[in-house]
Write a protein of this length. Structure first.
Length: 458
């Protein structure tokens, strides 16, 4: 038996023993069978039962509810989407882009509302999102983002900050400005997902843990304990772990994101840093970084960077890739020199699901009864709520007002076959890191920068 508490600080601090629920022991009939006990599967189950309480809904997970990204993420509940505002505008037009971003903002509020209604102690804190320009070279990025929000009629929700204004919020080295929106929140990911699981059960849903799915088809999920037969819909909601199923192996790329966590900081240390608003903090770096001030006063610093493994392999060893962990811990001291000598108590990680076009997809085929919900590229806390509401509406035929959003009833192209996939992805990971390092050192851009950026857009 795994010790699930060791997979992240959040799971260790979930406030419960994480004892697995019973596995599926025999073939069972339900109305809706859901593969995946993370945010996507549980939000879908929650809204199905909220609006049709008589439905028989069952969720199965290979491990426990919240084992994957839902119990390991950076604690952001953000209005940001996996595709930028400019990118959405180019792909889908201004109206569709605006509608999606408004829906994302509403999803942050909805997560907070459900936490209040269902008494989920997710430590939901509305601190907003602060995107820093660390270096002159990052200023065009935040200015471009602000201009896109203005074009879409959303400029009133964002503020461009000067270096002095940004440093008044958080004292980080090299800051030249920032973009701020009050619309984001931070939360305790594991307490949210575990509380959501209990809310689903309270409304009549059943959750089977330690129940791997070996096959899915219209009308059923196959597990070692028997078939979970579904009269109305089979929902595929396993995110990065779906790549372990042969017919979904190339649907997503499991991209690792790793996190390091400090010990609780003293009042003196926090006074030097500032950050009294508890904003979710990032920069415009290509190699994404994200920071959270935890409810118990620790500093969380996360980043991409663990190398992609051939064949989309997922292992526990990748969760604590040593070189990436050391890079993250060096970055903490680079951002906050006053923390020299701070002790790091936890390091963990896990895979996020990245579609080939970076665009999440929510699909339901009424003919086959197969539904799928996937592809958040690390923006899943709020996006999964939006996607779950959308999918529950599609399955029940209930109009939610979300049916015309760009993520509805779409699919992404598959990733390339190996070894091409490994070669291209590892090249891109290295190239984007070189681009960042050159910009931060004031060196010319690498000669292949345009090649890497072209591949990143396609």
């Amino acid at each position: 038996m795994r010790d699930y508490r060791t997979y992240s600080f959040w799971l260790e601090d979930a406030g419960e023993a994480l004892t697995p629920r019973p596995s599926l022991a025999s073939s069972t009939d339900v109305d809706v069978a859901i593969l995946g006990g993370g945010y996507s599967g549980l939000w879908t189950a929650y809204y199905l039962l909220l609006h049709e309480p008589a439905l028989r809904v069952a969720v199965v997970d290979k491990e426990i509810a919240g084992f994957g990204a839902s119990g390991r993420n950076g604690g952001w509940c953000s209005p940001n989407f996996s595709v930028t505002a400019t990118g959405l505008e180019k792909r889908f037009g201004a109206e569709a882009a605006r509608n999606l971003l408004v829906a994302m903002r509403a999803s942050v509020d909805e997560v907070g509302r459900v936490c209040d209604q269902e008494n989920i102690d997710a430590r939901f804190h509305r601190g907003g999102v602060l995107t820093l320009a660390r270096g002159q070279h990052q200023l065009p990025g935040i200015r471009s983002s602000y201009a896109a929000y203005q074009r879409l009629g959303l400029g009133d929700r964002y503020r461009l900050l000067s270096a002095e204004e940004a440093l008044g919020r958080i004292r980080v080295t090299g800051v030249h400005g920032a973009l701020f929106t009050p619309d984001g929140a931070s939360l305790h990911p594991a307490r949210l997902v575990r509380g959501l699981a209990r809310a689903v059960e309270a409304r009549g849903g059943v959750i089977y843990e330690r129940t791997p799915v070996t096959r899915f088809k219209p009308g059923s999920l196959t597990t070692p304990g028997g078939e979970l037969r579904a009269k109305r819909a089979v929902v595929i909601a396993g995110e990065a772990y779906l790549t372990r199923l042969p017919n979904l192996h190339r649907a997503l790329l499991p991209v690792y994101s790793l996190i390091s966590l400090t010990e609780p900081l003293s009042a003196t240390q926090w006074a030097r840093i500032g950050w009294q608003g508890g904003e979710s903090v990032s920069s415009t770096r290509n190699t994404v970084v994200y920071l959270t001030r935890t409810p118990d006063g620790r500093l969380l610093f996360g980043s991409r960077g663990a190398p992609y493994a051939f064949g989309s392999k997922i292992t526990d060893q990748q969760d604590t890739h040593e070189a990436t962990v050391k890079m993250i811990q060096r970055s903490v001291l680079e951002w906050f020199p006053s923390l020299e000598g701070v002790r790091f108590t936890h390091a963990w990680g896990g895979p996020v699901g990245m579609p080939r076009d970076w665009m999440p997809a929510v699909r339901y085929n009424a003919g086959s009864g197969i539904a799928s919900i996937m592809g958040y590229t690390g923006q899943g806390v709020s996006t999964s709520n939006l996607a779950g509401r959308l999918l529950a509406g599609l399955i029940t035929g209930r109009q939610t007002g979300l049916e015309n959003l760009p993520l509805a009833q779409r699919s992404s192209p598959c990733w390339e076959m190996e070894p091409l996939r490994w070669l291209v992805v590892r090249y891109m990971q290295g190239a984007f890191l070189r681009i960042d390092e050159a910009a931060e050192a004031g060196r010319p851009r690498p000669m292949d920068a345009k090649v890497a950026e072209f591949l990143g857009r396609h």
